[in-house]
Design a protein. Sequence first.
Length: 169
Amino acid sequence: MKRIMYISTTTRKLTDQEIDEIGRRSTVNNARVNVTGVLLSAHEFFFQILEGEEADVDRVLERIRRDPRHKDVLILKAEQGVSDRLFSKWSMKTIRLDGSNHMILQAIRIMLENITESHRIIERYTQPAVLQFLTDGVNPLNVPVRKTEQIILFGDIVAFSYLSGLFPV
């Protein structure tokens, strides 16, 4: 089995009824393919854990990526070869963290916002290949180092300094 955890941002402010409807539809659709998990909603963020057979989880994730209510789907962790489900009885329970005054729920909401912000910073300053590993849920530290031969071409333009001085910056 496979388990993934992701964060996404909503494309617009969703009403409580819309979030409840997402939860109801997720429960029905994902139960059909035996994918379980949990969905946390906090302001403009979704945090979700999906678990089930690899192909089924991948199809559900692809459906989420195409959903116009989600943007910036960011895989936090992907686990292959999972033997036990964490959410077998939940089958896509939806928890809204908005408007709750309970301290633990507020802390979780803040944590999700901070994780998302941290990953956005990493996205901005990380090499695209490493970023792709992160997006795919692969730990870049576990990827074997690969040696390749490269050819580097260096060119020099005669009188470049003189020519560049003739044109304004």
